[in-house]
Design a protein around this ligand. Structure first.
Ligand SMILES: Nc1ncnc2c1ncn2[C@@H]1O[C@H](COP(=O)(O)OP(=O)(O)OP(=O)(O)O)[C@@H](O)[C@H]1O
Ligand SMILES: [Mg+2]
Length: 299
C-alpha cells in the first residue's frame, strides 16, 4: 500500500494554470477542455497542511469517476477520461506524476452556487438550526439532535465564496440569481443524485450525511455535473457502524488529522503544522477504506 510517490503541487509548463484550489490544480487544455489534477494535499480547519497524504489524489479521482459513471443516468457530467493515454498529446508529453490522479473534463461555465444536499443535520446546517430553527429557509422540526437523520433530504445551497467560508442561502435567493427553471433543475437533480448515492453507500456501510455538487453549462447550453462527485472532500462520510445522533460523528477521513491537531498548541491559522508519519498513514488507510467500501474494489 505504501511507497507510492506523493505530489503536493504540480507545475505543467505547457498548460496554463487556471486555478489552484486547496486540493486540486486546474489547467486549461483548450477552449473546450480542462485538466483537473488531484494532488495529495489535505486541508484541516481550512488550512492546507505541509504533509501529503499518500494515495489521496488517486482515491478522489477514482471515486469521482465511479460516481460519475454510477449516476450518469441522472444527469450528464463533464468527465471525458482519467486515462492519460487517451488525453491530448500536450498532456501526454508531460504526464510524469499525473497518472491516476487526473481528469480530462469538458469545460463549462460553472454556476456560482454550491448545490448542497443534507440528509442529516450537521456542520453549518446544525449551527443555523440551533440559531434559527431553519436551514436555508427550510423550517425543521423542534428538538432535533446533532447528526440526526432528517425526514426528507433538503436542498441547502450556498454561495461559492472566493475567500473564506461559503455562505448558506435560500432557494429563493438562487431563483433570483439563476431563474426559476434552472433553480428547479439544479435542486431536483441534486436531490436525485444524493438520494441514489446515499442509499447505495448505506448498503455498503457508509452514511453520506451531506454532499455538495457543482453544475455548469457547456458551450451548447447543456447542464452538466462538474467538479468532483461524492468524495470525502465534498461530502460528510460517517461509518454506519457506531452511528449515534446526539453529537458530532467521527469523520471517515480526517478524524485522525483533526484529533492530532487538537493536541497541538496551534491557533488554526496558516501556516499549519506538519503531521506525523503515523497520522498521515492512518489517514491514507481511511481514504482507501472509504473507496473499498463504496466501490467494492481496491486501488
Ligand atoms: N468542467 C468544469 N469547467 C469549468 N470549471 C470547473 C469544471 N469542473 C470544476 N471546475 C472548477 O474548478 C475548480 C476546482 O478546483 P478546487 O475544487 O480545487 O478549488 P475550489 O473549489 O475553488 O477551492 P477548494 O475546493 O479548495 O475550496 C473549482 O473552481 C470548480 O468550480
Ligand atoms: Mg472545490
Amino acid at each position: 500500500m505504501m511507497g507510492a510517490a506523493t505530489l503536493l503541487q504540480t507545475s505543467l509548463s505547457d498548460l496554463k494554470l487556471l486555478r489552484r484550489g486547496k486540493v486540486r490544480d486546474v489547467y486549461t487544455v483548450d477552449d473546450d477542455y480542462l485538466l483537473i489534477v488531484a494532488t495529495d494535499r489535505i486541508s484541516a480547519f481550512d488550512c492546507i497542511l505541509p504533509t501529503p497524504i499518500e494515495r489521496k489524489g488517486a482515491v478522489l479521482t477514482a471515486l469521482s469517476e465511479f460516481w460519475f459513471e454510477h449516476l450518469s443516468h441522472v444527469v450528464p457530467n463533464h468527465l471525458v477520461t482519467t486515462e492519460i493515454d487517451k488525453m491530448p498529446e500536450i498532456i501526454r508529453r508531460q504526464c510524469k506524476n499525473l497518472e491516476a490522479r487526473s481528469m480530462l473534463v469538458r469545460r463549462a461555465e460553472v454556476f456560482p452556487i454550491e448545490c448542497v444536499v443534507r440528509g442529516y443535520i450537521a456542520g453549518s446546517g446544525w449551527k443555523d438550526y440551533l440559531r434559527t430553527g431553519e436551514v436555508c429557509g427550510h423550517k425543521l422540526p423542534q428538538g432535533l439532535q446533532e447528526s440526526e437523520e432528517l425526514l426528507e433530504p433538503i436542498f441547502t445551497p450556498a454561495t461559492k465564496a472566493e475567500e473564506g467560508h461559503d455562505q448558506n442561502i435560500s432557494e429563493a435567493r438562487v431563483r433570483e440569481l439563476l431563474g426559476t427553471e434552472t433553480t428547479n433543475f439544479l435542486r431536483d437533480t441534486s436531490l436525485n443524485l444524493y438520494s441514489e448515492a446515499r442509499s447505495y453507500a448505506r448498503s455498503r456501510g457508509i452514511i453520506i450525511a451531506d454532499t455538495k455538487f457543482e453544475f455548469g453549462r457547456d458551450k451548447n447550453g447543456k447542464i452538466l455535473l462538474v467538479d468532483e462527485a461524492l468524495t470525502p472532500d465534498s461530502s460528510r462520510f460517517w461509518p454506519l457502524e457506531g452511528y449515534m445522533p446526539g453529537g458530532a460523528q467521527p469523520s471517515f477521513d480526517k478524524q485522525f488529522v483533526r484529533d492530532y491537531l487538537e493536541t497541538l498548541d496551534w491557533d488554526k491559522k496558516p501556516p499549519a503544522p506538519s503531521i506525523s508519519y503515523q497520522v498521515a498513514e492512518a489517514t491514507t488507510r481511511r481514504y482507501l477504506e472509504a473507496f473499498r467500501l463504496i466501490t467494492g474494489k481496491n486501488i
